[in-house]
Design a protein around this ligand. Structure first.
Ligand code: BGC
Ligand code: ZN
Length: 367
């Protein structure tokens, strides 16, 4: 069957390849799930993988099948599978366990080992194939009523984890009732984070470069959040207007902006970094002033990567609630479909060149 792969270490190596069809025999314990792939999304991580800035092939292989944002329909299950059945819509988590205690309790996203295993990204083949098979533990059901949001499940899990981590870490305050949040960036993680924070009742400002009105500002205001173009209003000026936020989530993909956020969060506040920056940028920062404010204000900086099964589940619940609150808004994120795995070059082209492509995804097959 067809698969889209890269040769890690070689820039622009994306290509179509043939791989054997997976079968349930890979799971002799009877807990395997065979999925027919319907759609696969791509994001900045795939772009960096194809630029050879990030990612590794599984041991012994020279190629890596890409694709970590999956959506499909269950074709067959092993005899011991209970959570899903043929015909169900599903997505799959991305991380697979290493050897730490956190991996053993299903929180692979928090592995304490330096090596991490991620399908389609690092040391494990991904989902950009006609079919895939995995253990029941890593397959998450998607409600039929959300199938039109298909490839958003995985990015949503990352946003859900980031917000949940912030709330958990802020238990250090004993009482933490955040009122005001800034979300930096209006890519998929920024927009989905905006949704989650709105659903938690915060006043949300989503900051991005483009001048409103544009698609992203439509989506932000469609969720009753505020869209700020940083071309018109800097973060500094916004703080003068709103006061310092309790929470800033950076999802810009720019380490410069991630560090800038540290100058603007309020006392007892938290900054969450979510971007994967595969480059090697070096920055000069006002370190004395940040250090001083950070100490005097008991501020917290938190990194958040990936999401485990529980974050997929809570993310999916928030997508359902989001659809109830703001009907029709979320699907506007899904801007650029590509027809079929054969069109992988068009997929990469859109991902790299198309400024208006908020979300590129491949329609792998019809049901
Ligand atoms: C993926 C995450 C992954 C991260 C780091 C992101 O693009 O969505 O699942 O953990 O990259 O590799
Ligand atoms: Zn991703």
């Amino acid at each position: 069957m067809k698969a889209v792969a890269v040769k890690p270490g070689t820039p622009n190596s994306v290509h179509l390849t043939e791989i054997p069809e997976p079968t349930l025999d890979a799971f002799p314990d009877g807990n395997g799930v065979l999925v027919k792939t319907l759609k696969v999304g791509v994001d900045a991580t795939d772009r960096e993988i194809n630029e050879a800035l990030y990612g590794n092939a599984p041991e012994g292989d020279s190629h890596l099948v890409i694709g970590h944002e999956s959506f499909g329909v269950v074709e067959a299950v092993g005899p011991n599978v209970r959570r899903v059945k043929p015909g169900d819509y599903v997505t799959a988590t991305v991380r697979r366990p290493g050897g730490s205690i956190y991996d053993m309790i299903g929180t692979n996203d928090m592995t304490s080992e330096e090596t991490y295993y991620e399908r389609g990204i690092n040391l494990r083949h991904g989902f950009m194939t006609e079919k895939f098979v995995d253990e029941e533990e890593y397959i998450v059901r998607v409600p039929e009523g959300l199938k039109h949001l298909h490839v958003l499940m995985e990015p949503m899990s990352c946003a859900a984890k980031a917000v949940q981590q912030a709330y958990e870490a802020q238990q250090r305050m004993k009482v933490w009732r955040p009122r005001l949040a800034y979300v930096l960036g209006s890519g998929q993680i920024g927009l989905l984070t905006t949704l989650i924070l709105k659903l938690r009742g915060l006043e949300v400002y989503t900051l991005a470069r483009g001048e409103a009105p544009n698609l992203k500002s439509d989506i932000v205001t469609g969720m009753e959040a505020n869209y700020i173009s940083t071309r018109e209003t800097s973060m500094e000026d916004l703080v003068k207007k709103t006061g310092k936020p309790d929470l800033i989530v950076d999802a810009t993909g720019s380490s410069t902006l991630a560090f800038q956020a540290m100058q603007h969060v309020g006392h007892n506040g938290v900054v969450v970094w979510t971007s994967i920056t595969g480059g090697d940028k070096n920055l000069e920062i006002p370190s004395d002033s940040v250090n001083l404010n950070w100490v005097l204000g008991n501020k917290l900086l938190l990194g958040s990567v990936n999401g485990n099964r529980t974050h997929f589940e809570s993310g999916i619940r928030d997508l359902a609630l989001g659809e109830m609150m703001f009907p029709g808004v979320l699907e506007k994120i899904l801007t650029h479909p590509v027809e079929g795995l054969d069109n992988y070059q068009e997929m990469m082209r859109l991902l790299v060149e198309e400024k208006d492509a908020l979300k590129v995804y491949v329609n792998v097959a019809e049901e």
